[in-house]
Design a protein around this ligand. Sequence first.
Ligand code: NDP
Length: 476
Amino acid sequence: MREQRQFYIDGQWVDPAKANDLEVHDPATEDVCAVISLGSSADVDKAVAAAKAAFEGWAATPVAERRAVLERLGAVMKVRHDDLAEAISLEMGAPIDFAKGEQAGAGPWHLKGFLDAMDKFAWEEKFTDRETIIREPVGVVGLITPWNWPVNQIALKVIPAVAAGCTCVLKPSEIAPLSAMVWAELMDEAGFPKGVFNLVNGDGPTVGEAMSNHPDIDMMSFTGSTRAGSAVMRGSAASIKRVTLELGGKSPNIVFADADLPRAIRRGVTHMMENTGQSCNAPSRMIVEQDVYDEAVELAKEAAEAVKVGNPRDAGGHIGPLSSAAQFDKVQSLIETGMAEGARLVTGGPGRPEGFNRGWYARPTVFADVTNEMTIAREEIFGPVLTMIPFSGGEDEAVRIANDTPYGLAAYLWTGDANKGDRVGRRLRAGMVRVNGAGLSAGHPFGGYKQSGNGREGGVWGLEDFTEVKVLSQRY
Ligand code: NDP
């Protein structure tokens, strides 16, 4: 069992102000796999003071030098890749191949996007002969990350913050703190000056709120639930902090009758089940044109039944358990709600999959005949549960259902008609729209409309969020 009770503050591992142990559980066995400390406002004060003291020097460090330290981070990340992946797999249950690939792999991928963005970013530009526009770091930033894509989220916040010249305090999720501690070791090995990056573990209501309320933190960047994002906004209001939020989603996946149906449905199902459904951009509402609906439901059943559930320590392309007992209970209860509200259970359902009597494993589940008013079509389930909604009113009806959600993070659509794809893609109220499974490149803007948050992570947009704009006008 790992014992990692210290925090990383001012370039050193230090004891918490007051002992407050927390057990971290392995989602595959439910056993305790690590002990960490929960921090307090005194630990936050110490970390913020270190970040504040480091700010002037780091902000004045030329961009090329900041870039060089980030390149060293990339080199260290390569060496420690498996350590990151093993920590992720242990703390949140991602199967080891997925943890090594997509989860830990998100670190170097985002780093590449940010290094490219640093090269093309308008750090300084002439507005008129007399006026110069200068992009300067916001200041000391507080970063709060969730447990579903732990390293991905840390990379999307820490890299642009320090690239822009900010100094930071990171609070990872208490459910997934182990990879964040490996990340702190990487920052240390890369040689960031002391105080530029600090880590305090703890829970949201204590450490998270102490950060949002802190007078010496200039900006909060948060990823997680809409509920906690709203708490961060409230806490930040008194000191008028900038707040960027990456929150939940209930992303539509429109399948028109002219699409390559087997490809659209198989990809829609596997994308939904990936990471055991715990992705904010998961295509969780499959909205299918009536003419091909029955066939689509059959294909979705087959695809979901082909998804294997297995132990995260085993190699292979299976999905693992959900990340916590709370998440397991939430998913079970929403599956029950779907059945109670009259959705048709096509496959899966409540309880653990066959062969499991321990661990927070859920069954890959498909509901058909869902209406967009049902709870399972409105609430983020964050589990391997797909909802299928038929439509018959053409593009207008598909767009109406797709946009009828408080969220607006991602949207997906499938059609054989390029004009239709472009037309419908532009009408969807979401930050990221993907047609026929088209991918997104490193450095693309990640973020959403409506209650999916504000601000954009990744590339130049991610850098922008961590900068202030100054106009300097000079006459002699
Ligand atoms: P939370 O939003 O509570 O957790 C995300 C992060 O926010 C954690 O670091 C958490 O700390 C922190 N946090 C919680 N409360 C506060 C607060 N008052 N002030 C500051 N920070 C806070 O998500 P849950 O773990 O409760 O998950 C619930 C649901 O949220 C999921 O089922 C899913 O629907 C959604 N979610 C969405 C994510 C996304 O990527 N958009 C990511 C995670 C969850 P700690 O947990 O350590 O207390």
